[in-house]
Design a protein around this ligand. Structure first.
Ligand code: ATP
Ligand code: MG
Ligand code: MG
Ligand code: MG
Length: 563
């Protein structure tokens, strides 16, 4: 590619509202342009990097046996109502109506669509396990789109979904994806760490991990123990949620409330409906902006509850009571938006602890206003959420916790039957019996990953692309377009290197050398070849962007080196 023809020029300054370094450098380098808050165009250079990242993702997922497909972004609201998420998802879901006044949503994620699709296509255990993935534009009306591609409202995601016939099968699919993720992030040159996604759920069911790119600009805080190596995301520390005042623990003292005759789903539902707001608020925990109701069973028979939550009256989804019982040893029911199993387990663990203290497990009683860390030490609950740096590790009870900032670039999650159950994705097992499919879901923020890499890989002069994803491998610069020897040699190298399969950006512009070098540093292509004064001797300068190491090489040496 000749730089004189490149669509967009570099900018000397980034707009003042670009706070994150990656945002500034990507704008200045002409990799992206903003259209609206959190909505960006990927320009030719940026698109090349994205395609390289996508290629790595595809190679690794295909290698792991996953199959690529592409699903619609436009999704009928009906599907979301069937799964129970239409209201629970809240204002992040972009909703619209067609000309016939039918409701639609723009997909922020595709559990509903894929489950409906697989339900249609798979009827027998013989077709499972299967893992399907896509790389697609997602829409989320984020409260605070910021930091360029790091938190967009329209962004590129790779999302994958596995369908198994058993929990052991799911374990296997999950591991398989987890390992593929490790390879993907390694190949992208990312400094990352896999952490437990929910800080309060050590060893619980519904395993979930996040892949965190280590970076100061990250909105997540990860607690890690030097002794046992355990690392978990302190979800509660997320600035956005605190700013909104949700997820804040109550300041009220812990209290046992009398809940006479609440033994059935209907009774519970009635009780909650009649309960004053205060009780509602603490019985119904907020997690990740989603209402999560928690009820300890005691000897009650509760395995499904319907609650009215703050956002409007809506039926929430049903969790897997068996899994909860297995994980926390309490038979219990809970209602929460589908996919929100983990925070519930945390709360169960907490309430279970509470039970010993103030009798929540008594018949006709529940505790309210429970604050982990205040009412129970985090060691007791194994809950990291209110942990502070220097605290004893809740996992091993020995090491000390240290904190670091991370960007969530990937997330793997064992869903179980959260979607397959309400959406009726069933199959016939080898005995001809109907069973519910067991699912996992796996996401990578493709455009976020690009920014995360820039956050980690830059200096004060510009971006330093890891070779595997760089927009071009070689930046060829001719110092003087007026010097015939230089122009001839540069053109010759441009042809030869490309013939050898190199991707070359050729700065053939009639510009001062200083401008060319500044731009070259900013664009961050791994290798630079400078054709200057020594061209008449057939020599060029070869420079590595990451360490600025320079060598003078003959044309022949250079060509030999690049083979
Ligand atoms: P976050 O906690 O940052 O809001 P999330 O947990 O809501 O992310 P997931 O639902 O797990 O996101 O989506 C899968 C992946 O998509 C995330 O791990 C992240 O890399 C990416 N992602 C999520 N939201 C955005 C966004 N607004 N802009 C860019 N990438 C995003
Ligand atoms: Mg989010
Ligand atoms: Mg998250
Ligand atoms: Mg996530």
């Amino acid at each position: 590619m000749k730089q004189s023809k490149l669509f967009v020029n570099t900018l000397r300054e980034a707009p003042s509202d670009a706070e994150a370094v990656s945002h500034q450098l990507l704008l200045r380098g002409g990799f992206i342009r903003q259209l609206a808050a959190g909505v960006y165009s990927y320009l030719p250079l940026g698109w090349r990097v994205l395609r390289n990242i996508e290629r790595i993702i595809r190679e690794e997922l295909d290698r792991a046996g996953a199959q690529e497909l592409l699903m619609p972004a436009l999704q009928p609201a009906e599907l979301w109502k069937d799964s129970g998420r239409y209201d629970a998802y809240g204002p992040e879901l972009i909703r619209l109506r067609d000309r016939h006044d039918r409701e639609f949503a723009l997909g922020p994620t595709h559990e509903e669509v894929i489950t409906a699709l697989v339900k249609q296509e798979i009827g027998s255990y013989r077709k499972m396990p299967v893992t399907l993935y896509q790389i697609q534009t997602k829409f989320r009306d984020e409260r605070r789109p910021r930091f360029g591609l790091l938190r967009g409202r329209e962004f590129l995601m790779k999302d994958a979904y596995s369908f198994d016939t058993s929990w052991e099968g799911l374990d296997h699919s999950y591991r398989n994806m987890y390992e593929a993720y490790e390879r993907i992030f390694q190949r992208c040159g990312l400094n990352f760490r896999a952490v437990e996604a929910d800080a309060g759920a050590i060893g619980g069911e519904g395993e979930t991990h996040e892949f965190m790119a280590l970076a100061e600009v990250g909105e997540d805080t990860v607690a890690t123990c030097s002794n046992c190596g355990y690392a978990a995301n302190l979800e509660m520390a997320k600035s956005g949620e605190q700013a909104q005042g949700k997820n804040q623990p109550t300041t009220e003292p812990i209290q046992k409330i009398h809940t006479p005759n609440v033994r059935t789903i209907e009774q519970l539902s009635q009780f909650l409906e009649a309960a004053p707001q205060e009780i509602m608020k603490t019985l119904i925990y907020m997690a990740d902006d989603q209402p999560v109701a928690v009820v300890i069973r005691g000897d009650h028979e509760v395995n499904e509850i319907k609650v009215k939550h703050y956002l409007g009256a809506e039926t929430l989804g049903l969790a897997d009571p068996e899994a909860i019982q297995k994980a926390v040893g309490v038979s219990a029911g809970f209602a929460g938006p589908i996919g929100m199993k983990i925070p519930v387990l945390v709360d169960f663990a907490v309430l279970q602890m509470a039970a010993g203290v103030c009798g929540a497990n008594e018949t006709d009683a529940h505790v309210i206003h429970v604050v982990p860390g205040r009412d129970f030490s985090i060691e007791q609950t194994g809950d990291f959420r209110n942990a502070e740096e220097g605290d004893r590790c809740p996992n091993c009870q020995e090491g000390e916790l240290t904190f670091y900032k991370g960007i969530e670039v990937g997330h793997v999650f064992k869903l179980g039957t959260k979607y397959s159950d309400p959406l009726g994705a069933r199959y016939l097992d080898s005995n001809g019996r109907e069973q519910t499919m067991i699912m996992g879901c796996y996401g990578i923020g493709v455009s976020r990953l690009l920014s995360a890499i820039v956050e980690q890989s830059h200096d004060d002069r510009g971006i330093i692309w890891p070779q595997a994803i760089a927009p071009y491998q070689v930046h060829l610069i001719v110092i003087s377009t007026k010097d015939e020897a230089q122009v001839t040699l540069a053109n010759e190298l441009y042809e030869t290197l490309q013939r050898q399969g190199m991707e070359v950006l050729f700065d053939d512009r009639d510009e001062r050398a200083g401008i060319k070098f500044n731009d070259s540093d900013l664009l961050g292509i791994p290798y630079r070849i400078v054709v200057g004064k020594e061209a008449s001797n057939g020599k060029v300068e070869f420079v590595e962007r990451k360490n600025n190491v320079k060598q003078t090489l003959s044309k022949e040496e250079l060509v030999a080196q690049s083979v």
